[in-house]
Design a protein around this ligand. Structure first.
Ligand code: M6R
Length: 604
């Protein structure tokens, strides 16, 4: 959502605040700002738009501070503008906030009655004003606690107080905040990446915690105000992991990272010597009679793919629902249900709420997450990690295939535990899965062909994606990728559904992308394609060699690797990702930071 950094340094912090904000920009990029203690007073600089706009402001008016905070914003309350940009200031308080204060309107009215006036339209400014009010009668930490006690909603904050030159206070509820321990310097940040270039020693604040940092130490308190220790861990968010290398965009790099990401992920699940799959946490699938997957966006499509395998291989009924619906629907779950949250960030508000709801119903919960110290990772009974490494492009690519890889391995584990396959079959499936990194790499070789198609696709107003079986969720994912980065309207359909309505959309201007490597349903998909071709539709078929031989007349064919249907969602993901990527590049769109989006949606 928004990104936060705070540094109590022994040397100037402006450059480091900016460096950190650039690493956090994937969380939001509507505006950015910094504040720091200059000659005993807090000064701030803010700009609408991306960090580079803030850099221009700082070039004209540098912030000569060695203690400072910074923020990059994804707007919720109040339009993107300099006035609504963080840090927000009120009296002695200057503050940055990530989250949503649900009772802000009521608090704002109460503060106005006390004669306070507001500079911005944000909910965040209310926290600054409240804290300034509390500081009239209380020392900083007491004032902070009294302020937090009045807030309803989600927040991670970092605060400077005029007159307290070497202090940054912070707090978290519902939005993550970490404390970084440096050498004579201390840090606060939204995540390990924020403080990664400065330290790898990190403590994760827990729900309701608040903290004061100075040069040497962090004093942490729990929600009730008791001093607490939070373990300091050494994390591997090295600076190198968030560089683009020779690639033009993070998305391009991350598409090409997928063989490694899947291999690292699979090695957490598969023992290559025995050919057995181990669900981390040693969960016994035989004890469950249903799997309920909750997730949002791309992660929900990974869940939909996994459903085919949990049901087909393991005979385990599996439902998949977008978390924003699930959490409010009061679903009728049964005791034998295993709840699985799938999330790259592990912080998505709806998925986290759905996970918590399942936990409150007494279900066993597992989290398939890429950020292993995230809230979901810590709150679920079982952490089922993906090892994609930091994903910076807002459009999810390597996190998606890593989720599919992990979930497919888990479906094989479930099949073995439930006696649906013997150890020989399990070993055959794991051997197949271990081939997927090589096949994913082979699939990216269609890059040049796809790049050549991009100019034509970029002219389309609408694009349809079709697939059957596990290729249907991949069609949905293809459409989402195109929409989010190229702003072209796209929809995914189950190929068999076409004639029940969407076929009316077919005309010569609408490209139809059909994802159909050879499988048991291939002939049926070919019939659907012929229906489209007969109505003048422009078909682009993504298939394997055997499929290409059966392509209908007039179809443009992109030939990917031949693989077992178990691997097809993994192997055929790169071509559709590359398609979205090159269309967006062709249109000159901002691939890594598409408009209106944020990498991790930590508010409803
Ligand atoms: O961090 P999460 O996996 O929970 O995020 C879920 C969605 O917000 C995310 O997948 C979103 O749909 C991506 N922008 C898709 O590329």
């Amino acid at each position: 959502m928004c990104g936060i950094i705070g540094i109590v340094g022994t040397r100037p912090v402006q450059e480091r605040l900016i460096d950190s904000l650039k690493r956090l920009e994937y969380r939001g990029y509507d505006s950015a700002g910094v504040a720091g203690v200059v000659d005993g007073h807090v000064e701030r600089r803010r700009a609408k738009g991306k960090i580079r706009a803030l850099e221009e402001v700082l070039a004209g008016e540098p912030l000569k501070a060695s203690v400072g905070i910074g923020h990059t914003r994804w707007a919720t309350h109040g339009e993107p503008s300099t006035r609504n940009a963080h840090p927000h200031a009120s009296g002695r308080v200057t503050l940055v906030h990530n989250g949503i204060i649900e009772n802000y309107a009521e608090l704002r009215e109460a503060l106005k009655k006390k004669g306070r006036s507001f500079e911005s339209e944000t909910d965040s400014e209310v926290i600054a004003q409240l804290l300034d009010e509390e500081l009239k009668t209380k020392p900083p930490l007491e004032a902070l606690k009294a302020t937090l006690d009045q807030l309803t909603g989600a927040y991670a904050i970092a605060v400077l107080i005029d007159g307290c030159d070497e202090l940054i206070m912070g707090a978290r509820r519902g939005s993550p905040l970490v404390v970084g321990y440096g050498d004579g310097e201390m840090f606060l940040g939204s995540d390990a990446l924020a403080v990664g270039p400065f330290t790898n020693r990190i403590a994760y604040l827990e729900e309701g915690d608040y903290v004061a940092i100075d040069h040497k130490q962090a004093q942490i308190f729990d929600e009730a105000g008791n001093p607490v220790e939070r373990p300091v861990r050494t994390v591997a968010a090295s600076a190198a992991l968030v560089e683009k290398g020779n690639y033009r965009h993070f998305m391009e790099k991350e598409i090409h990272d997928q063989p490694d990401a899947c291999q690292h992920t699979l090695s957490a699940y598969i023992d290559p010597t025995t050919g057995r799959v181990h669900a981390p946490g040693r969960l016994d699938f035989a004890q469950y009679d249903r799997v309920q997957i909750v997730a949002c966006g791309t992660a929900s499509y990974a869940g939909q793919i996994a459903r085919y395998f949990f049901e087909r291989l393991a005979g385990l009924p599996c439902e998949v629902e977008v978390a924003s619906e699930f959490r409010y629907r009061q679903p009728a779950v049964t005791k034998g249900t295993l709840a699985v949250a799938v999330s790259q960030s592990g912080e998505t508000a709806d998925t986290l709420a759905a996970l918590r709801w399942c936990k409150a119903q007494g279900l066993t919960t597992a989290a398939v997450v890429n950020v292993h110290e995230s809230t979901m990772a810590r709150e679920a009974d079982l952490l089922w990690p993906t090892h994609a490494g930091p994903e910076i492009g807002v459009a999810s690519t390597k996190a998606f295939t890593s989720q599919v890889a992990a979930l497919t391995a888990l479906a094989v584990a479930a099949a073995a535990a439930r006696g649906r396959i013997d150890t020989d079959e399990e070993a055959r499936f794991t051997r197949l899965l271990l081939e997927s990194p090589r096949l994913i790499a082979e699939a990216t070789q269609v890059e040049e062909e796809i790049r050549a198609l991009a100019p034509e696709l970029a002219r389309a107003r609408d694009v349809l994606y079709l697939g059957r079986g596990a290729m249907y969720p991949l069609a949905l994912e293809g459409a989402l990728k195109l929409k989010e980065i190229s702003y072209i309207h796209a929809e995914g359909y189950a190929a068999g559904e076409l004639k029940h309505g969407p076929i009316a959309l077919i005309d010569e201007e609408t490209p139809i992308i059909v994802i159909a490597p050879t499988d048991a349903l291939f002939d049926k998909t070919i019939s659907n394609m012929s229906e489209v071709a007969a109505r003048g539709g422009k078909v682009i078929l993504i298939t394997d060699e055997a499929g290409a031989r059966n392509a209908p007349d007039g179809a443009r064919v992109i030939v990917g690797p031949t693989c077992d249907p178990l691997l097809a969602p993994l192997v055929y993901a790169p071509p559709i990702q590359l398609m979205a990527y090159y269309v967006a590049v062709q249109k000159g769109a901002d691939v890594d930071q598409p408009r209106n989006l944020a990498k991790s949606v930590t508010v409803e």
